[in-house]
Design a protein around this ligand. Structure first.
Ligand code: FAD
Length: 536
């Protein structure tokens, strides 16, 4: 055989890259993996039921709450999607919700990793997403795990913070029940640090995970705040989500710019009040999830930006309104956001029958005083290990974050607890470099599937605002994924190569490359739409 004429010394090789969606997912879910599995149903001769089950197993390896996250996650994965500037990001969150709901409808059960049972008992304090994620991961590794929960029902802020019109309780209950069915023991109405001491748990258990969240609403620190009808956002939402009948009156002012402020305002709208949110910076700095802020505005919540309260106005101990000041933005503060500065002489008053201070929350660490750090928050390393041997922590008690962050921290702590109990090393998989060499033009234009939303006039306290995609839409949406950084069996390399370097392997294994036939023409790598093939 004649030796091919050498064009360049470069040679192709397959090298997996990490797609931006996975890099941005707080849980590091294998988004590309489960979506490609759905997309390739036909190619691999699998039914929709089979690929959806494989996708669900893939997701629940790291996240036992796909139906929850498919509703409340702000999906940073989609903001990073390489398809975003072509014809819209792949609708990852809507597909995750579909997979989660499909699993509930089909009664799929979580399974243990092996039948091995360890003698060591583990205690988890708090049944929010951090605690339940940690309990799930430890239970599937064979540990006897008991979750202690202060409230009467499990779920943490998923139940007592996020309202039912965003997260239906039957969905939450179903995903929690599956963790209990796996073998996690759940004990509600038990406050650690009051009903049972942390010390007692330490004696009974080999390790403890603390996921107590941050349920103490921070006060405004202005005169008149002790008036009746001044509530913190956490307190108000807890009562509303517990089914308490709350009288808020005709006008409500909510202070804050985060998710708690937005949810409190939307609940008050549903109670019939006219609602104004005061936020001391501008829309650009608001930490609340943007689509939820938009929904609040659609529902009639008005927002006064660059405004801060200075006093609660009272009459006979009851709230009448607020004295406020207009603000302007100055230089950046410690949080990196521009600092709001009061404008002298801009005072004005606003009427309110109820004031809700939703500026922030902190953990109720006084119950477990021995874990208190100087700032009142718990502190832990990246694996959740605290300064106390055998005690781990994660979720909002370390810093306010997202449901997905809490799930991930619970998962990492479970790995660390397993390693601690077994005296083994902790292992973390090393991420591949980012897939940024993707040819979006290789793909045909294809419209993104959006979730239908309930018209504003039909929205109430419990009706879910967003409904899910149809099964056929999920299959189509999955086919929009560009499989960034991984082979998707498109055959481009094999097609472009004129020297027959690419040899087909059995389905799923892609190709091997006969480098001795390669002349370095580079066409295979330059034409690889996923960036999986590179030149060295
Ligand atoms: P939590 O969910 O707070 O759970 C902690 C649990 O510990 C609670 O059940 C508590 O009762 C229990 N506990 C506390 N002390 C004790 C004790 N001493 N003994 C026993 N049990 C104890 N995130 C998103 O990603 N998307 C959203 O849309 C979103 N919306 C939000 C809306 C609101 C109103 C709020 C408040 C938060 C929202 N978040 C959202 C944030 C998200 O809910 C939290 O980041 C997440 O719930 C934190 O999980 P966690 O397990 O750390 O704590």
């Amino acid at each position: 055989m004649n030796k091919p004429v050498q064009i360049s010394p470069l040679r192709p090789r397959y090298a997996e890259k990490t797609p931006p969606c996975i890099l941005q997912c707080p849980i590091g879910t294998d988004i590309r993996g489960w979506i490609t599995t759905i997309a390739q149903a036909e190619a691999y001769n699998r039914t929709n039921q089979q690929v959806l089950n494989l996708a669900w197993q893939n997701i629940t390896d790291r996240n036992p709450f796909p139906a929850v996250c498919g509703r409340v996650c702000p999906y940073p994965c989609e903001a990073a999607c390489n398809r975003k500037d072509k014809d819209g990001s792949v609708a990852v969150n809507a597909m995750e919700r579909f997979v989660g709901d499909f699993a509930i409808a089909n009664g799929w059960k979580l399974t243990r990793l092996s039948q091995e049972c360890h003698a060591e008992k583990i205690a988890v304090v708090g049944s929010g997403p951090a605690g339940l994620s940690c309990a799930y991961q430890l239970c599937r590794k064979g540990y006897a795990v008991t979750v202690f929960e202060a409230f009467s029902r499990p779920g943490g802020m998923l139940r007592y913070g996020i309202p039912g019109y965003r997260l239906p309780r039957e969905v939450l209950d179903a995903e929690i029940q599956r963790i209990v069915d796996l073998g996690v023991e759940l004990k509600c109405n038990l406050v650690i640090g009051k009903d049972i001491s942390l010390e007692r748990l330490r004696q009974d258990c080999r390790a403890i995970f603390i996921g107590i969240g941050a349920h103490k609403g921070i006060k405004l620190g202005i005169p008149g705040e002790d008036a009746a009808n001044v509530l913190t956002g956490a307190e108000f939402l807890n009562r509303a989500n517990s089914g308490d009948a709350i009288e808020v009156g005709g006008k409500v002012v909510v202070i804050g710019g985060g998710d708690t402020a937005i949810d409190a305002a939307r609940v008050c709208r549903r109670l019939g009040a006219a609602v104004t949110i005061l936020y001391r910076r501008t829309r650009a700095e608001m930490p609340a999830i943007a689509r939820e802020t938009d929904a609040a505005i659609d529902e009639g919540v008005s927002i006064e930006f660059l405004t801060a309260p200075t006093e609660v106005l009272r009459n006979e101990g009851k709230t009448q309104g607020l004295k406020c000041l207009r603000m302007e933005l100055g230089d950046s503060d410690a949080s990196g956001r521009p600092k709001p500065m009061p404008i002298i002489g801009s005072e004005f008053e606003i009427e309110a029958a109820t004031v809700i201070a939703a500026i922030s929350q902190e953990p109720e660490v006084d119950r477990i005083d021995e874990m208190r750090e100087s700032a009142g928050w718990l502190q832990a390393d990246e694996w959740g290990a605290t300064r106390e041997e055998g005690i781990y922590a994660g979720g909002d008690d370390l810093a306010l974050a997202l449901v997905a962050t809490a799930i991930n921290q619970g998962r990492l702590a479970a790995q660390a607890i397993d390693a601690y109990v077994r005296s083994a090393d902790r292992t973390r998989t090393v991420a591949h470099p980012e897939a940024n060499n993707v040819i979006a033009d290789w793909h045909m234009e294809s419209e993104r599937h959006e979730r239908p939303r309930l018209p504003v006039e039909q929205r109430d306290m419990n009706a879910e605002i967003e409904s899910g995609l149809q099964e056929s839409e999920v299959i189509e949406e999955a086919q929009r994924c560009m499989s960034c950084g991984m082979c998707m069996d498109c055959e481009s390399c094999w097609t472009y190569c004129t020297n027959n370097c690419f040899v087909r392997l059995p389905k799923g294994e892609h190709y091997s490359i006969k480098l001795e036939l390669c002349n370095g023409c580079k066409k295979c790598a330059e034409g690889c739409p996923t960036g999986y093939l590179e030149l060295i």
